[in-house]
Design a protein around this ligand. Structure first.
Ligand code: CA
Length: 230
């Protein structure tokens, strides 16, 4: 089996080298890019299973790099790394299309755990790949093809948006709390006060509800969200 390929865009040589070594010891193959230009170029010329992207890069910020990667590949998981902890920066990263966020300085084991979560999802993790289609009204999610359609029209989702929609569809008609969602979709319990789940629900609404009727994503005030054809 081919080892999963990871692209790491990082301008600090020490961080780049130690993470590369750690990932390689864990069975991954890693390409390093020292700046955003090289990162964008590699991301568009080679197929990666996951991209780790520093925010503070020379010349072009990680957000810009993320947007350019997203424009070409909507589905590759992108994890951003940053020393900035502010919520606004997290939201900027998610707006740019990142799937997850790691705050520097980080413990390598934390990074490895996040990477493994994404690769398990995007490769099926060796579990049996069933050709399962989840449906709510005219919304269809194909687990095997990792594709989504509404009224037969393909809808492009990022890896995180897909995971969130899959979670809601598995529980259709049932209210799920923000804590449930963050724990299952992000594998972390977001500190109270962050609105990452709400931000992602809005992303999903724009893609699967905005141009369609009836609306399928509903808010239960104070409790959470549910997916249902009313
Ligand atoms: Ca940096």
């Amino acid at each position: 089996m081919k080892p999963p390929m990871i692209l790491f865009v990082e301008d600090e040589p020490k961080v780049a080298a130690s993470v590369k070594q750690g990932l390689e010891e864990n069975g991954f193959e890693v390409d390093l890019a020292p700046d955003g230009a090289v990162g964008s170029y590699l991301a568009s010329s080679k197929k990666y299973d996951l991209i780790l992207l520093d925010v503070n890069l020379p010349h072009v910020s990680g957000y810009e790099v993320c947007r350019s990667i997203r424009a070409k590949d909507p589905s590759v998981p992108v994890i951003m790394l940053t020393a900035m902890q502010a919520i606004e920066n997290k939201i900027s990263g998610f707006d740019a299309g990142a799937d997850d966020y790691i705050v520097k300085p980080f413990d390598f084991r934390e990074l490895l755990a996040r990477v493994k979560v994404f690769l398990k999802r995007s490769t099926g993790g060796g579990e049996q790949l069933e050709d399962v289609i989840l449906r709510v009204a005219d919304l269809e999610l194909n687990l095997a093809e990792k594709s989504v359609t509404r009224q037969g029209m393909p809808i492009t989702l990022t890896a995180k948006e897909f995971a969130l929609l899959e979670f809601l569809m598995h529980r259709k008609g049932r209210v799920v709390s923000r804590a449930d969602i963050s724990e299952h979709v992000w594998d972390v319990n977001f500190d109270t006060g962050t609105n990452v789940v709400d931000v992602y629900i809005n992303f999903l609404r724009k893609k699967i509800d905005k141009n369609f009727e009836p609306k399928l994503i509903h808010t239960k005030p104070g409790l959470g969200y549910y997916l249902k054809e009313l």
